[in-house]
Design a binder for this molecule. Structure first.
Ligand code: KIV
Ligand code: ZN
Length: 387
């Protein structure tokens, strides 16, 4: 098992498939440059056959960013693979990512094919892509709902045809960690040539289990995980990059000391850039990058954090790119938190002034949910004026 878990970022492809998101070529390049600063290993820049604009955007990303693999998505047919190659051929390290559905549900209703035809298409697609570039990833769409015997056969054929990565998508977010672990174990045990390829996982969050399933697969030894910034993506989204990276960084022993190459201090700046350019607001209580992820409102918590941040913080806000921990003042705040915020604002009060100001502050919290710095300044002005 390799110590490093490769981060395959698909913010610009699956992330862009979030309803209402449409990134211009310039915006994709800006995000790709930030992903390089963040330290991802692979950037999936788009799905070039989907529109001439996306082909051009992928081309611009491929021609701009350095020191990273740039991948483009293609269904298992020549036209898609030609478009993908056209878009990524200028990259330092180009990759073609080709996929076809393997569950009976998809084969029968969506593709209207047979299992044998899908097997043949997978093999042909990988062989065709391999003529252009060494790095070819093959995904069995809806893998987690595919008959395991057939899935093993498909991956065996794809690896024999030259796939360097075989990706296991939980396309509809239906797996749970125990069964996803078992699926990965089955593949390692039953696909004879599996060690010739990197095994990758790609989870969706329909049951809110994408991060848990991805971490379960990391424990089983997969070499790559596919993720997006802020967990954006189709429907309920994809596995969130920041959650997986910080789980490994915070609890190394739980994951066999496996690591990523991510510079964690770039997580929050990347999250903000993606949110700003996609227009997808990050929920305030989102782990790691949400506005409240390090905000302490309750007096008991504020008191603890001020005495020792470890009391209520399992990682430092600075380690993920926040400037500082935020004390949010509201009706649950205590005297310690109140005085500390004033001192952060450069306001020093005598003990008597602090008593009066704290009482007025408490009255104000009955009227307002959040007390801003401006409110505090006005409150202190009135305390001083009344003496
Ligand atoms: O969710 C999925 O199955 C995908 C594939 C194209 C990898 O996004
Ligand atoms: Zn997906």
């Amino acid at each position: 098992m390799s110590e490093i878990v490769r981060i395959f970022d698909t913010t610009l492809r699956d992330g862009e498939q979030s309803p209402g998101v449409n990134l211009s070529a310039h915006e994709k390049v800006l995000i790709a440059e930030q992903l390089v600063r963040l330290g991802v290993d692979i950037i999936e820049a788009g799905f070039p056959i989907s529109s001439p604009g996306d082909l051009e955007a992928v081309r611009q990303v491929a021609n701009t960013v350095k020191g990273v693999v740039v991948a483009a998505l293609a269904r298992a047919n020549k036209a898609d693979i030609d478009a993908a190659w056209e878009a990524v051929k200028g990259a330092e390290q180009p990759m073609i990512h080709t996929f076809i559905s393997t569950s009976d549900l998809h084969i029968h209703y969506k593709l209207r094919k047979t299992r044998d035809e899908v097997l043949e298409a997978a093999e042909q697609a990988v062989r065709y892509a391999k003529q252009f570039t060494e790095e070819v990833e093959f995904s069995a769409e809806d893998a987690s709902r595919t008959d395991p015997d057939y899935l093993c056969k498909v991956y065996e054929v794809a690896i024999n045809a030259g796939a360097t990565v075989i990706n296991v998508p939980d396309t509809v977010g239906y797996a749970e960690p125990n069964e996803f672990s078992a699926l990965i174990r089955t593949l390692y045990e039953r696909v004879p040539n599996i060690h010739k390829a990197v095994v990758s996982v790609h989870c969706h969050d329909d049951l809110g289990l994408a991060t848990a399933n991805t971490l379960a697969a990391i424990r089983e030894g997969v070499g790559q995980v596919e993720v997006t910034i802020n967990g954006i993506g189709e429907r309920a989204g994809n596995t969130s990059l920041e959650e997986v990276v910080m789980a490994l960084a915070t609890k190394p022993a739980a994951f066999n000391n496996r690591k990523t190459r991510i510079n964690t201090r770039e997580l929050v700046p990347t999250s903000k850039l993606v949110s700003q350019l996609t227009g997808m607001v990050v929920q305030p209580n989102k782990a790691i990058v949400g506005a409240n992820a390090f905000a302490h409102e309750a007096g008991i918590h504020q008191d603890g954090v001020l005495k020792n941040p470890l009391t209520y913080e399992i990682m430092t806000p600075e380690s993920v790119g926040w400037q500082n921990s935020k004390i949010v003042l509201g009706k649950h705040s205590g005297r310690h938190g109140f005085a500390s915020r004033l001192s952060e604002m450069g306001i020093q009060l005598s003990p008597e002034e602090l008593d009066i100001a704290y009482n007025q502050f408490k009255r104000l919290t009955d009227e307002r949910k959040h007390i801003t710095d401006d409110d505090l300044v006005n409150l202190i002005k009135s305390v001083r004026a009344s003496r």
